[in-house]
Design a protein around this ligand. Sequence first.
Ligand SMILES: CC(C)(COP(=O)(O)OP(=O)(O)OC[C@H]1O[C@@H](n2cnc3c(N)ncnc32)[C@H](O)[C@@H]1OP(=O)(O)O)[C@@H](O)C(=O)NCCC(=O)NCCS
Length: 156
Amino acid sequence: MSTYEIVYQEDARGVNWKDLAEVYKRAPLGKLDPGKLRRAYADSEVGCFAFSGAALVGGGRTISDDEAPATVCELVVAPEYQRQGVGRAILRSILRKLAVPRVILACVHGQQDFYRREGFLSHKSVMALYANTQWFVENANLESGDPANAAAAYSD
Ligand SMILES: CC(C)(COP(=O)(O)OP(=O)(O)OC[C@H]1O[C@@H](n2cnc3c(N)ncnc32)[C@H](O)[C@@H]1OP(=O)(O)O)[C@@H](O)C(=O)NCCC(=O)NCCS
């Protein structure tokens, strides 16, 4: 456990993208290429990073066109810093900066109650189209459908 106070910043100053990729991997939120992460954050509307001393311990980002509902793309906290209010602080920082007071997100299965505590509700009519439908059916609460339809949507 660190004795540093957590510091939150909106810009990517001092962010080491390999470190952020490592946080994603350990959180876990998946294996992401550091270069792609840097581009994704650069192209996002609002980002926030959490530091404990020099250590990057969390991040999050949203995309928005300032008209349609913004999308929270990712929110991540290093395991040893989870359940200490860091994720909530990142999320609130992001939401404060958005121009539109409407936000949607596709939640990692099992994290719904974290978002419910911040006022989010499940949307009964949100739809998704993924080429790898079956993975989402098995791992992410997507209703069963015909995988051939999704495959066809992405074919020529
Ligand atoms: C989800 C995540 C970002 C939450 O961040 P965190 O720093 O651990 O959460 P916080 O400590 O800020 O939690 C705020 C509150 O929500 C609660 N909470 C956190 N995760 C929760 C969960 N999965 N289910 C229920 N409650 C949860 C906390 O106990 C805390 O409660 P309190 O208001 O009584 O203090 C973090 O656990 C994480 O990075 N997980 C792995 C990656 C991931 O799944 N990201 C989500 C993408 S949708």
